[in-house]
Design a binder for this molecule. Structure first.
Ligand SMILES: NC(=O)c1ccc[n+]([C@@H]2O[C@H](COP(=O)([O-])OP(=O)(O)OC[C@H]3O[C@@H](n4cnc5c(N)ncnc54)[C@H](O)[C@@H]3O)[C@@H](O)[C@H]2O)c1
Length: 337
């Protein structure tokens, strides 16, 4: 039984190994994905400009069925070379997050949209059949949290980052055809330990503050956000690649789990439960346009996907690693986008 769906050529041959290129595969989300797909027996190529180095992939270097290509997704010739012969592409490469995009909005647009266009065009030209795009639930940008938003809710991009993601989504989905199967995954905010660590995301940021300062300052404790462990994101991408073509082609899925929609105060309480002597401090905030609750019924019902990791698990994992001083200086800029 083929691990990926038996829908098209390479997959039809009941080969256990599918050729998949992960653009941005050295990053926080990409590195665990590269490991997971490689461990599942696939032929994995990471294409990445290595903005944060390649240490996250050290264990895979030199292994059979693994290739690392240092390159920029805006470089069409390099992308074409890398994509020849691939069955599937996961597009993660981007300037990630609002602060990073705001530092250089032109570059952010150039990479997140321009680079996505290059990958999309070349993928179709060379006959790549599956294309899975890492988008974000922050595209919803909704303030009304009375009910969770599903994939049909209007998008309300409130930053350069989400503007580029929304535009890229539309162009990628419009390319769906009989021979090209794109899927958009709108990811919850990631948490958990990864070989390329980030401490600028809410769960790890709060956990680090609790360990380092014994105090977590929460701005707008009542605001909502959905979260997902990086390993569950990797599982989600694998689930899409495994799925029957008709189930995922041209589709958008929110990626996360209903239990991992949480208010900042609940996250803070989870943190103080796991980190001794830590306390919470609240700063009132009346309006947070990034407050949103998201519905995850579609990915569960159609793909059978539910996360394995709770937020509590992630806090315990990151907290334990911080106490063991796994990262000599977690405040270092390289852990922040
Ligand atoms: N981390 C999250 O909470 C989160 C949430 C929603 C969506 N996402 C999406 O998931 C993807 C990965 O996010 P992440 O947290 O791993 O970010 P990251 O910054 O850790 O990783 C991004 C990777 O992309 C590479 N990259 C950047 N520009 C490139 C270019 N021009 N050419 C080639 N490689 C390039 C970087 O070197 C880096 O390795 C992004 O597309 C992001 O929008 C992430």
């Amino acid at each position: 039984m083929c691990v990926f769906a038996l829908v098209f050529s390479a997959f039809d041959q009941e080969s256990l190994s599918v050729k998949v290129l992960i653009a941005g595969g050295a990053g926080y989300v990409g590195a665990p994905m590269a490991h997971r797909l490689w461990e599942a027996g696939h032929e994995v190529t990471v294409f990445d400009r290595l903005s944060f180095g390649a240490e996250s992939l050290t264990c895979l270097l030199g292994q059979p069925r693994f290739t690392l290509i240092r390159g920029d997704i805006r470089d069409e010739a390099a992308v074409r070379n890398a994509l020849e012969g691939q069955d599937a592409v996961c597009l993660l490469a981007a300037i990630v997050g609002e602060p990073a995009c705001n530092r250089d909005p032109d570059e952010a647009r150039d990479i997140n949209l321009g680079g996505a266009r290059v990958l999309l065009k070349v993928a179709q030209e060379v006959g790549v059949q599956r294309f899975v795009f890492a988008s974000t639930c922050s595209n919803y940008g909704v303030a009304d949290t009375s009910a969770p938003v599903d994939e049909n809710a209007p998008l309300n991009p409130i930053s350069v980052y989400s503007e580029t993601k929304v535009q890229a989504e539309q162009e990628i989905l419009a390319a769906a055809s009989d021979t090209f199967c794109p899927t958009v995954l709108r990811l919850s905010t990631a948490f958990g330990v990864s070989p390329r660590m980030r401490f600028d995301l809410l769960v790890s940021d709060f956990t680090l503050a609790a360990v380092k300062d014994q105090k977590v300052v929460i701005y707008g404790e009542q605001f909502w956000r959905p979260f997902i462990h990086v390993r569950d994101i990797a599982k989600g991408f694998q689930t899409v690649l495994d799925a029957d073509r008709d189930t995922v082609c041209g589709e958008v899925f929110n990626l996360g789990g209903d239990d991992n929609n949480t208010r900042k105060i609940d996250l803070g309480e989870s943190v103080v439960k796991h980190i001794d002597d830590a306390s919470l401090e609240f700063v009132e905030l009346n309006n947070d346009p990034r407050s949103y609750r998201v519905a995850f019924g579609k990915v569960k019902d159609r793909l059978g996907f539910t996360p394995d990791w709770s937020i509590d698990d992630g806090v315990a994992e990151v907290g334990a690693a911080l106490k063991q001083q796994v990262w000599p200086d977690p405040m270092d800029a390289r852990y922040r986008n």
